[in-house]
Write a protein of this length. Structure first.
Length: 272
């Protein structure tokens, strides 16, 4: 009889196990020191994304600049290009081949008086034969939250490629693991909020080109966000302040499910 009153887990056990395992992979290969000591929970607010812009290009660049710093890659050679540039010149897209200079993943999200070249305090801009390219869809500037989440996911993909370490599940789960890595780097709220877009009754208000293309489900990203906050000691009020209202209860369920796995949580804490 009591089982009737037990809440159903937010994600199935296989998914939960994969998320715990992939978080361990992220901590082992993508700078645990950065995660525990400097990574912030990035929120969709002017505090995190300040700046005045007067064009689509400036808005895209501004969001990218902030995203690049929060993931700790201001010292990496990155080139931002619009999808229109790719259409006009398909040869401008360079495959993200591993580069020896970037193989050791050390991130640094500390704010600094960055130079025009994008140099972080104490970290000189890494020199490579070719910069890593990040493309954006100009229409996505209509939804800055989706755009920042998309940037974070692409930068996470570059990290996986350069680190040369396949995630749990291998190449078949590359998209999913790299999206989790974006959540690991602090973008969980933005990823969860942009995982699913309801098409409203007003067709003119809906723009599919502005939406992010997620690899994880809404609930998967909520679980990743909850695990991030548990490891970082971030309270529920802060975690859900900008989270879509319909995801508040799933977040509570995720925390409950995570707290039911104290050994797995402790194992992640020990990877400091």
């Amino acid at each position: 009889m009591l089982s009737l009153f037990k809440s159903k887990p937010l994600v199935d056990q296989e998914t939960a196990d994969w998320i715990f395992e992939t978080f361990a992979w992220a901590l082992q290969h993508f700078d645990a020191d950065e995660f525990f000591n400097r990574t912030q929970l990035v929120l969709p607010s002017n505090e995190f994304f300040p700046g005045r812009v007067s064009s689509v290009e400036e808005k895209a660049a501004n969001i990218f600049q902030h995203t690049q710093r929060y993931v700790g890659l201001n010292h990496w050679p990155l080139q931002l290009l619009s999808s229109q540039q790719l259409q006009q010149d398909p040869q401008c897209q360079i495959p993200p081949a591993p580069q020896p200079e970037l193989e050791q993943i050390l991130r640094d999200s500390l704010p600094s008086a960055a130079t025009a070249q994008g140099v972080e305090a104490g970290k000189e801009l890494i020199q490579t034969e070719q910069p890593l390219q990040v493309f954006y869809n100009p229409q996505q500037t209509l939804k800055p939250e989706d755009m920042a989440a998309s940037y974070a996911h692409v930068l996470a993909q570059h990290l996986v490629v350069q680190g040369r370490i396949l995630p749990p599940g291998g190449q078949n789960l590359f998209a999913e693991a790299s999206e989790l890595l974006a959540g690991f780097m602090g973008f969980g709220v933005l990823l969860a909020n942009s995982s699913y877009t309801i098409r409203g009754g007003c067709g003119s208000c809906y723009n599919a080109m502005a939406n992010r293309q997620p690899a994880l489900t809404e609930y998967d990203n909520v679980f990743v966000l909850a695990l991030f906050c548990q490891l970082k000691g971030i309270d529920r009020k802060t975690a859900t302040r900008y989270l879509k209202k319909h995801l508040h209860r799933p977040y509570k369920l995720a925390v409950k499910q995570i707290e039911a796995e104290p050994d797995k949580l402790a194992a992640l804490q020990q990877l400091r």
